[in-house]
Write a protein that binds this ligand. Sequence first.
Ligand SMILES: [Zn+2]
Length: 285
Amino acid sequence: MLRAAVGNGESIRFRIDVWCGEMAFKDKFPNLFKIKINKVVLVSERLQSVKEGTVCWKIRSANMSQVLQNELDICISFLAEVLIVDSQDKWVWSDDDSDMFSVISAKKWLQQETSNSAVGRLEWCKWIPAKVNIFVWRAKMDRIATISALERRNIMIPSRGCVFCEYSPETTDHLFSGCFFSNGIWLAIESWCRIPNVFAFSIRDLVNLHNSVGFKGIKKVAFQGIIYIALWSIWRARNDRVFADKRLKVMEVMAEIKSLSFLWFRCRYNTIRILLSGNLGVTLI
Ligand SMILES: [Zn+2]
């Protein structure tokens, strides 16, 4: 997991970032930190200077429940171990075995229950490249650079609408499940993979679709990868429009999804023959 190594504490958020122990304080002490604080408190603001070595904690002790008191005691005991030093904060990758980042350790972490809430977990698809899995994981958490996401970070974009339909605001859910362009892709995939109608109202519905269409075994694994590749290809088509004014049609994007699917699937499962049935059907043997 990615965690902060405290230096002077001036760039680490006290409640939200993972910097003391293996969880963010807001998750470790849910009662203590459930009160909304407008200001983002930094570690350096919460802890006094090195010289004083004390915790600056403004909380009313009157009427404190036992649960709250327990959380406060444990939290203060955690903070007693923290040492603020006169150097920049750092971000480091750490898992059980080493501090070195690797795709394997990231994949292990993504699949753990503790990696985050259910939103942050992803069923890794083994036959597609890591970059596609990671893209889907980020999209599922709404951490891709859509116009709406940029606006949330106070980056103003002249055009606020979806690049495909120029009608709705560009959000992750609209781009992948609400827009006519992505709906065209899902219709083509329904026909290609011979599945019932896709009813997806969010990207999470799409990421979990392979669990609900009735496929089992290798077909389920193949279908999961196809959905992930489709999400990735829709995003690439969107970027082509935004940055290169290249306006791909649904059929062209679909052709790319099919060719990447066959290429990557065959690389991973080279003993499995893939038979095309007409132009649309696919049979995995
Ligand atoms: Zn749209």
